[in-house]
Design a protein around this ligand. Structure first.
Ligand SMILES: [Zn+2]
Length: 292
């Protein structure tokens, strides 16, 4: 089962690790994603989960990666309960591999644009900030965002491994951040450990539940696990929400939509389809006219 775990150390380093294989596979199946789209959306969903868990005040995080590449915009919402949803504009995108077995996420996302991050809760006003996309490889773009917009130096590593039959073999990642009281010694050690680890995708392939990852990255430190939660793909859409949207249609649109026997509405985020027949629609429109 997918999870996120968060750790702190006495040396002033904090780290979150997430395994998101089932979450990414759910997104792939729902949206019929091709491999590079699975990798791009999977990395972004994992990154959003890591960013959302980053703060203790139960924030939701929306990420929009708009790099002007063939994939279009990558849209992801991660919620404070560690559920996540997302989609890409063009799920059937294919770009040449970097080399055999290496998907070119940067080319699919593109690198002429920005990453936009919105933090929001039920109670506070939305906070949106943006930074230029660096490589389109996602992890680097999010780290650059955190450093320039939120002044938090971070190392982020995100990986999605896709099989030849397009299924997700493994997905996950981690974020490491230095607290203001972190020692230079600890920082240098962690940097060395991360560099020794090699590509996260390779590591997850051999350790599908990220076994031993935290021990490797935070080697030699006094580590404290502070948080653990399951992670899953989950959308906030519902039939009632779509009915509410239908209630806002003007008379002309109502008339047009009633000409069809059934109307299909599709949620962008999860690709769930909702069907309303004309009798249901008439009841909805009638209720709308009574409310207004
Ligand atoms: Zn939905």
């Amino acid at each position: 089962m997918d999870f996120i775990k968060r750790y702190t150390t006495r040396e002033g380093i904090r780290m979150s690790v997430a395994v998101t294989t089932d979450t990414v596979e759910t997104a792939r199946v729902r949206h019929d994603l091709w491999p590079v789209a699975t990798a791009a959306l999977g990395r972004t969903m994992t990154g959003a989960i890591l960013l959302a868990s980053d703060f203790k005040n139960h924030e939701n995080v929306s990420l929009r990666l708009d790099g002007d590449g063939p994939l279009g915009v990558v849209h992801v919402d991660a919620f404070a309960d560690n559920t996540v949803r997302g989609y890409v504009d063009h799920p059937h995108t294919d770009v040449p591999l970097v080399r055999a077995g290496k998907l070119n996420v940067g080319a699919a996302v593109g690198h002429n644009g920005e990453v936009k991050v919105t933090r929001f809760t039920q109670l506070t006003q939305d906070y949106t900030s943006a930074s230029p996309i660096q490589s389109g490889e996602v992890a680097e773009d999010l780290a650059y965002y955190l450093f320039t917009s939120e002044q938090v130096p971070s190392t982020i590593s995100l990986g999605v491994l896709v099989d030849t039959d397009m299924k997700t073999i493994v997905a996950g990642g981690f974020i490491v951040q230095a607290m203001p009281d972190a020692t230079d010694e600890a920082l240098a050690q962690v940097e060395q450990n991360i560099s020794d680890l090699g590509p996260i995708t390779e590591y997850l392939k051999d350790h599908p539940n990220a076994e031993g990852l935290v021990e490797r990255i935070l080697f030699g430190m006094d580590v404290n696990e502070v948080f653990e939660s399951p992670v899953e793909f989950k959308c906030t859409c519902s039939r009632d929400r779509f009915a509410e949207i239908l209630m806002t249609l003007n008379k002309a649109d109502q008339k047009a939509i009633l000409e069809d026997a059934t109307t299909e509405l599709v949620c962008h985020y999860c690709n769930e389809k909702y069907h309303f027949d004309s009798q249901e629609l008439e009841a909805i429109f009638k209720e709308a006219s009574q409310v207004s």
